[in-house]
Design a binder for this molecule. Structure first.
Ligand SMILES: [Zn+2]
Length: 111
């Protein structure tokens, strides 16, 4: 083993060009200290429009023809009534069946 590391040739772009930058470790202070460091802004992902899972007024009351929506959540035994004529149209569980049972007194409008 040699005590002195082998001297490497200093690479220069052109012969005769002197290196003006002081050799050695880079200074720790950033060169552009006047500008606040801003993290690189990530490109915004393209947001697809959300598909409408439950369109508004997906059902139509058979007795009076009023468009309405049964509650999306709740017990299946909940009685669904027409918001206009207050007719008992069925229970919430029946509205969630596919296809809806014929005993429902409402017509699905989304098909
Ligand atoms: Zn009605």
């Amino acid at each position: 083993m040699t005590e002195d590391p082998p001297k490497r040739r200093t690479l220069s772009l052109k012969p005769g060009v002197q290196v003006t930058r002081p050799l050695g470790p880079q200074p720790l202070t950033p060169l552009k200290a006047d500008r606040p460091a801003r993290p690189p802004r990530a490109p915004r992902p393209f947001r697809e429009p959300k598909p409408v899972e439950r369109p508004a007024h997906g059902w139509k009351c058979k007795p009076c023809g009023t468009f309405f929506d049964p509650p999306a959540e709740g017990p299946d035994e909940e009685v669904i009534r027409c918001p206009n004529c207050n007719a008992r149209l069925g229970i919430a569980g029946d509205f969630r069946q596919t296809p809806p049972p014929s005993r429902l007194r409402a017509r699905p409008m989304r098909h």
